[in-house]
Design a protein around this ligand. Structure first.
Ligand SMILES: [Zn+2]
Length: 301
């Protein structure tokens, strides 16, 4: 049975309104908007046990027709990894140990290692992707528990299109900061930008704006150093993604007080109208990739 979410993980408020309702691969997906802080979350949603079974095998088969990597997916991941390394290299000089959570085929691990000559470790729950990355000589674990048991600290932890899938992003980020990230380490996060990306998928338990992502990080004890809102590798024009680099914040005695997001419905509407307008006026010019139709699907990545 799906799980109903009543209390907002960001502000603790228990009143929300229905924000979006749609069908995604045959399942109804309901997203709600917290009336106090503007966080958008899915409710009802799959339980922890359902999620575990889903990610072990079913997820990839549903979104791309097979469990293992496809040529299209690998090409897409390679482009994304190249852009993320570009983003990192402008801000981070040296790295020794990189942990990529939800590492998929391992392309980001490889690109970061090429750039920094660091040690690399991945976590990937999908069996076929984990096997693929291991086949390329990467160290990949099935769960974060296995990494934690080894007691190592990392100076870069990345979560690329992972945070929106987690049932408790605040609790998870606290765990990373307290147990796995070096005291002066970097956290690299990318999520869909709810004002441009379709975002409301069965697997996305949260849909973030720049403000709500920043507030989730702040509540988990991080300070945001850099934010990039852009659409590559899909679009030069539409800002489908939010990329953030954060570090552990100094301890504060003041209790966390959320800075609310305002006007979520209006902002999403504006994003949608802008996309429709440009798409009609400048057909093909806003997409970077040649195979436009097949890549439109990957905005759901
Ligand atoms: Zn809230």
């Amino acid at each position: 049975m799906p799980e109903e979410i009543r209390t907002c993980i960001l502000c603790g408020h228990d009143h929300s309104t229905l924000f979006d309702r749609r069908e995604h691969f045959g399942r109804w997906v309901h997203n709600r908007l917290c009336s106090r802080c503007g966080l958008i979350f899915q409710s009802p949603r799959m339980t922890a046990a359902e999620a575990e079974a889903h990610y072990a095998a079913e997820y990839r088969r549903t979104i791309q027709g097979r469990e293992g990597p496809t040529a299209k997916d690998l090409d897409f991941q390679a482009r994304r990894a190249a852009r993320l390394v570009e983003f990192l290299q402008r801000r981070v000089k040296r790295l020794q140990r990189h942990l990529d959570i939800g590492c998929s085929a391992g392309l980001l691990l490889e690109r970061v290692r090429e750039a920094y000559r660091n040690e690399a470790l991945g976590v990937e729950p999908g069996e076929a992707y984990r096997a693929y990355a291991r086949g390329n000589g990467l160290q990949v674990r099935a769960s974060l528990d296995e990494v934690e048991a080894a007691g190592q600290r990392f100076d870069l932890i990345s979560l690329i299109h992972v945070l929106e899938h987690l049932p408790d992003p605040v609790g998870y980020l606290v765990r990373l900061r307290e147990r796995l990230l070096a005291a002066d380490g970097w956290l690299l996060i990318e999520v869909p930008n709810v004002y441009f990306h379709t975002s409301f998928e069965y697997e996305h338990l949260y849909s973030f704006s720049r403000r709500t992502l920043t507030e989730v990080l702040r509540k988990a004890g991080f300070r945001v150093g850099a934010v990039c809102i852009q659409g590559r590798p899909i679009s030069q024009l539409f800002p489908f993604y939010l990329t953030v680099l954060a570090r552990p914040a100094r301890r504060s005695r003041r209790p966390f007080r959320v800075r609310p997001e305002r006007g979520a419905a209006r902002k999403r509407l504006l994003g949608t109208v802008f996309q429709i307008f440009v798409t009609q006026r400048l057909p093909k010019r806003w997409w970077l990739l040649i195979d436009i139709e097949s890549y439109q699907d990957t905005t759901r990545a």
